[in-house]
Each structure stands twice: as C-alpha cells, then as structure tokens.
Design a protein around this ligand. Structure first.
Ligand code: DUC
Ligand code: ZN
Ligand code: ZN
Length: 489
C-alpha cells in the first residue's frame, strides 16, 4: 500500500518562521509527513530548485459583489478563484455584503450558495455590515459568528454603506462580546464630499481628481477616529487597505500603547502612485480605487510599515471592474471621476509582485513573504493551523515557486474576467508553477486542473487579536458594561 496520495520531493520549504529541505507526504488532503526523504506517493512532484511555500491566503477580495454604487463585480466565484490559484493563492476570504434593508442570514445564504457552486479553491467569508439593526446586533451577528463568520467590515465613507461613530461602537461592542474582529474602511466621508463638490463645481472631472478627492488627510483622520473608538472599548480593530504615512504612524503609535490595532495594505500602495491615474481621457480609471494610490513617500512608508510589522497583512483588495460600460465607465468616454467604479484587480498578481520586488529585490526574507501573504492572514481570521502554514495536520495547500522564472505581466496572462491588469508590462521574477489545495493539484505550469465547485467553505475560528485581547484579562470596563446592560434588559 502506498503511504501517500502525493509527495512533493526535493524542495526547499519555507514557513513564516523556518526554512528547511524536506519531502512532504500528503494523504486525504492533509500534510501527514515532513521528512528529509520520503518514499514515493501515488503521485510525485519534483520540486528541486523551487521554493515550497504555503498556498497564499488572500483575506481581502470582492467577488460576485454589488458595490455601494450598485455595480456588479466582473468576477464570479469561478473566475476569481481560478485567477487566485494561478497567482499562488489557495484560500480567499471575500465578503458577504449586506446592503441596507437586507437581512444578514439571507445575504450569507446567497453568497454561500454561489460560492459553493463555483469556487475552485477554499474560501471563508467576512461580512460587510451596513445595517446594524437591533435584530442584526442581538441575533444575526452572534448566530453568524457561531457558524464561522468571525469578521465584519464596516465603512466610514460611501453614503450607501457608511456607519456613524455610534453605530461603529455598537458593532465593536458586539464583536468584543461574541468573539469577532471588526475591519474598517477608514476615510472621512465629509472631507471627500466637500472636495468632490468643489471639484465638480469647477468642472474638474477627469479620473485623476479621484485621488485629489480622497485626500490623504481624509484617511489619516478616519484612521485616528476608528482607533479611538476601538480604544474606548479596549477592543481589537483591523484597519484595511492602509495607504499613507500619517495613518501608519497613528496605527504604530496605538500599537505602542498596547491597543489591539492591526492593519493591512495592498499591492496598489506599493507598486502604483497617483501619477498612474493621470492619463489622457478616461484611461486613468483603470487605476482608481479607494484609498487611491498616493506618492513615492507613501510607498516608502508602506514598505516600512510592512518591514517593522505595523502592517501585518498584504491582501489584494481585488475589486474587479471591466474597463467598459459594465464597470469602470458607466458613461463611456464621458464618465467623470465620481462615476468610476472603485477598485482594482489583484488576486493573481498580489503574490508575484511581492515575491519579485520583496524577496528577489532583497527587501524581505522568504519567511516574511510567507507571513505577509499567508500565515498572518490565517492567524488573523482564525484559520491557523489549518491554513497558511506547512505543518503536520495542516491542509496540504502548497505553491511551488520557481525563483528564476521571469514573467512579463500582461492583460492576456490574467485569468480573471476583468480584461486588464494595472501592472501590464511589468516584469516579475519568481512564479508559482504548481499550486495545490487540500492535496489536489489545482494549477500545474499554466494549466487548470480543478473542477468548478471543488472549493470548500472554511468556518473561521476565533481571530487571533480577539484571543489575545481575551487572554490579557481585561479589567472590568464601565463603558463596556453600559452596552452590556442596555442589551441584556
Ligand atoms: N473599499 C474596498 O475595500 N474595496 C473596494 C472599494 C473600497 O472602497
Ligand atoms: Zn474599503
Ligand atoms: Zn475591498
């Protein structure tokens, strides 16, 4: 009898903390052996000359989701997960997005059904919470947390999505009590609206004004305010898609004070700037996302934040819209910056961009790469050790990276349904040639092998920040008890 369904042999293995030579034995979708030399499996892959890394975990992406502006994403759960897999990612955490007036259980059931039919790799869900009614707070959220959705995103901007500060406090308090992590989109809505109004009055409509409207200070202020709300309740908070220096400094300072503040950044803040939006006609729409790409100093600040640990997560924030009337350009060539759908594709290029610039470029170690693209995500959202690492008992989610292979990123190379990549023409070094999810070879040298619907839902456990906050034995907290009293009467 063969001991293993699959062995990955002769590779150099890296986790977030170790680097070692080992063969990996896989049975029933799990890693069951890690030895210098293992007997052959029913199927063998020779990883000589390649890095064997945990499959990536992309914990921020939008899939088959209606935006706040009412635009449907270009990717469904099939195209998004295929695209992710080709880029070395084996787990995604997209959003089940509530729109006002919709009940959370139905929202989640709808996303779950669509993902189960189409995904080719494993997935969990966060919620987007836009309507924290008393029923949602007291019943739906606790039920969903128990069913494995243990993180929710709230917005401080977008008229259709945003919560006020008091509502955010309500959500933070429920999350604190029930064991979930709140993620926040931190931009000051009024600042953005005020600038937009004046830009529009003066006829400034091109895409580049998107970056003017979403001023760095709008992000800095909202980041400070969001952190203040979390500190008031002494509860964890995760700031998503951080793009600029002042916000990073505020996060760093709060972390230094012992607050449970965590943060994420994305490729667009390392590899693009506002200059990319400043193109003739509406071409710049391809680079419009919120927060927008900033400037060189901001890029440096984001790199520094990744290096010193202020920013623990490197996610794509894949928010895919085609460069046509269905997505970026509802009014064709006449589309103004305010009408452009916000978001960039990035599931497929997230890891190759960071591998090339970070690991090959000598800015980060291979272990830091693994932490930033896989392990920290799994830990943050309660999926470790099942996902995000290479260890006995973990799911056999692996990516075999050829560190020598040079690839020019082109629109045609992408497997999503977007039609363009903001990084077209860039050469990267290092490529995930074989991608394995639960022991199934999903991608092998440019060919997809996974079936539609073969991905599985992953219930998330307690997010690590929540576990840490609980372990710290919070002193009785009068302000929090005010909330508890109000909700137990
Ligand atoms: N926020 C996101 O997280 N993604 C896309 C657009 C946005 O504003
Ligand atoms: Zn956002
Ligand atoms: Zn997003």
């Amino acid at each position: 009898m063969t001991a293993f369904d699959l062995t990955v042999r002769n590779g150099r293995v890296a986790t977030a903390s170790d680097t070692f030579e080992a063969d990996i034995g896989i049975r029933d979708g799990l890693i069951v052996a890690l030895e210098k030399t293992l007997p052959p499996g029913r199927q063998d892959i020779d990883a000589a000359g390649r890095w064997v890394l945990p499959g990536g975990v992309d914990s921020h992406c939008h899939v088959e989701q209606l935006s706040g502006m009412g635009v449907m994403c270009a990717d469904d759960f099939y195209s998004a997960t295929v695209s992710a897999a080709f880029g070395g990612t084996t787990t995604i955490i997209p959003f089940a997005a509530q729109h006002r007036g919709h009940r959370l259980p139905e929202v989640v059931a709808d996303y779950s059904r669509r993902a189960a039919e189409k995904a080719v790799i494993d997935y969990a869900f966060h919620l987007i919470l836009t309507d924290p009614t008393p029923e949602a707070l007291s019943t739906h959220l606790p039920d969903l947390i128990r069913s494995g959705i243990t993180s929710f995103k709230v917005f401080m901007t977008y008229e259709a999505l945003k919560l006020g500060d008091a509502q955010i406090l309500d959500v933070l308090a429920v999350a604190d009590r029930e064991g979930a992590l709140v993620m926040v989109h931190a931009e000051n809505n009024d600042i953005i609206h005020w600038i937009v109004k004046h830009l529009q009055q003066q006829g400034f409509t091109e895409p580049k004004y998107h970056a003017v409207a979403h001023a760095p200070l709008a992000e800095a202020e909202a980041t400070h305010r969001a952190i203040t709300l979390a500190r008031l309740l002494d509860t964890p908070l995760l700031i998503v898609h951080v793009s600029q220096a002042e916000a990073i400094a505020t996060i760093r300072q709060a972390q230094g004070l012992g607050a449970h503040i965590h943060a994420e950044t994305c490729p667009q803040y390392l590899f693009l700037t506002a200059e990319d939006i400043d193109l003739p006609g509406v071409e710049g729409a391809k680079f419009c996302c919120s927060p927008p790409p900033r400037d060189r100093q901001s890029q440096d600040a984001v790199w520094q934040g990744l290096l010193d640990g202020t920013l623990a997560l490197f996610s794509s924030d894949h928010a895919p819209y085609r460069f046509d009337e269905t997505g970026k350009l509802p009014q064709g060539e006449k589309t103004t910056f305010k009408q452009i759908a916000n978001g960039l594709p990035g599931l497929e290029v997230r890891m190759p961009l960071l591998f090339s610039e970070g690991v090959i470029g000598g800015k980060i170690s291979i272990n830091e790469f693994v932490a930033l693209t896989a392990t920290n995500h799994a830990r943050m959202y309660g999926l470790l050790p099942r996902k995000g690492t290479i260890a006995i008992g973990s799911d056999a989610d692996l990516a075999l990276w050829n560190p020598e292979r040079k690839v020019v990123l082109t629109d045609a190379l992408m497997h999503d349904n977007v039609g363009y990549t903001p990084y077209a023409g860039r050469q990267v070094q290092g490529w995930p040639e074989v991608v394995i999810n639960r022991g199934r070879i999903v991608v092998d040298d440019g060919t997809l092998h996974a079936e539609r619907g073969s991905g599985r839902f992953l219930p998330c456990g307690l997010p690590e920040p929540v576990r840490q906050a609980r372990a710290r034995q919070k002193p009785a907290h009068f302000i929090r008890t005010l909330f508890e009293n109000a909700h137990t009467r």
